[in-house]
Design a protein around this ligand. Structure first.
Ligand SMILES: [Zn+2]
Length: 407
């Protein structure tokens, strides 16, 4: 981690052109207009690699595990997005929440309905939040309103890709549990037809889900093998969870360059288990953080980083994440998982000026704690521990304000 306690960030045409100690940046850019943000902290914009747009309003549903949480709480809410007006309002609520928490880029699970998914893309475009998303595909074992025929899934996916561009589109079967082989073949066809598409889904989240999936695909050696059979796993794939990962699966994920979205708040809320970070590191599998709204506890990526830290302290193979590692997992690691590390994720020269300006309320505990600190590692640790949405004052994507609460 590189940190400046009196830093300068020079931005031109939405790009970072310089980052360093304030005096050297100011000297290199003598004619630049200066904004004085002293008293606060500028971090790269957060990158949420797994978050469900139709689940904003199920946040706070405690006391369930995955399959009963879906059936009793979440799928009934997702079914409400059949109503286009409701989908439109949730899309705006969702995008506002991302921005207000400092998230500048997100890989978003869309809706099962094309209209609501289109509303999400439009709302994000309007606000300027960088999202990747797609229509969620399922044809069994959910509620009938959430099922599509494979033909409809193909047709609706194609028309969304045409409308919003393949570079922002992720082919998104909900999970193997709720997708027939014909539906997975539709995903395979979509990806084969356009190499700029991304792929996202869930894997190895909950023990019962894993057992059911094994029963549904008796030919598959493990969970990952289901997706592999349909050529869905590669460098453009982001799989959420992987809490209960087999040795062979980890090796194959690493070999294929696929990434995992690690969602520690959700893993704890749903009692799914403790993500084996050490095993992912040993196998060389890339991972980044996701909030998994609404299985998680909200949109805050700082909170997610803290939860990752807490759970790893207690893991069977315990490890202590450093503040720099937490920051990496909430920013640059997400850019790497999404294949956009050349464009965003840190303040490297010519990257997008995507940043969050944190300045905790003057009368709060965090402001008091920070007054005592002059070591950047300790400051970042304090921000992860204590900063919530109330500390987020301004958020920019390519230097365009997507959130501003400075006054
Ligand atoms: Zn999820």
């Amino acid at each position: 981690m590189v940190a400046y306690t009196d830093g300068g960030l020079a931005v031109e045409n939405g790009r970072v052109v310089d980052c360093g100690d304030y005096h050297s940046v100011a000297k290199a850019w003598p004619d630049a207009a200066v904004r004085d943000l002293r008293g606060g902290y500028i971090l790269p914009g957060f990158i949420d690699t797994h978050v469900h747009f139709p689940q904003v309003r199920v946040l706070g549903g405690l006391g369930y595990s995955l399959l009963d949480w879906l059936e009793q709480l979440t799928l009934p809410e997702e079914a409400r997005l059949a109503d286009a007006d409701y989908g439109f309002s949730i899309a705006h609520e969702f995008v506002s929440a991302l921005a207000a928490h400092g998230t500048t880029t997100a890989l978003v699970f869309g809706s099962h309905f094309a209209g609501a998914t289109a509303s999400l893309f439009s709302a994000a475009e309007e606000r300027g939040v960088r999202i990747f998303s797609g229509l969620v595909l399922s044809d069994r074992l959910l509620r009938s309103e959430l099922h599509q025929t494979p033909d409809d899934a193909y047709r609706d996916s194609k028309s969304l890709i045409e409308r919003f561009g393949s570079g922002r589109y992720a082919v998104t079967p909900r999970f193997a549990f709720s997708a027939s082989e014909t539906m997975l073949a539709v995903c395979q066809a979509l990806l084969k037809e356009d190499s700029s598409l991304r792929f996202t889904t869930h894997i190895n989240e909950n023990k019962r889900e894993i057992e059911e999936t094994a029963r549904l695909f008796p030919w598959a050696a493990d969970y990952l093998a289901v997706y592999e059979r349909f050529d869905l796993i590669g460098a453009r794939s982001v799989l959420a969870h992987n809490v209960h990962a087999g040795v062979g699966e980890l090796q194959r994920l690493a070999a294929r360059g696929a990434s995992i979205a690690h969602c520690p708040c959700s893993n704890a809320v749903l009692g799914s288990g403790i993500f084996p970070i050490e095993r992912h590191l040993e196998a060389g599998v890339r991972f980044a953080l996701g909030t998994d709204v609404g299985g998680g506890t909200g949109f805050g990526m700082l909170k997610e980083g803290l939860q990752a830290y807490l759970m790893q302290r207690l893991a069977p193979q315990p490890m202590t994440l450093s503040p720099a590692q937490m920051l990496y997992l909430a920013t640059r690691a997400g850019a790497e998982a999404l294949g956009i590390a050349e464009q965003t994720g840190d303040f490297g020269s010519s990257k997008a000026a995507d940043f969050v300006y944190l300045n905790p309320p003057a009368d709060g505990v965090l402001a008091g704690v920070l007054k005592r600190l002059d070591d950047p590692d300790r400051m970042v640790a304090a921000l992860f521990t204590l900063a919530g949405a109330e500390s987020v004052r301004e958020v920019r994507v390519e230097d365009h304000a997507i959130f501003d609460r400075r006054n």
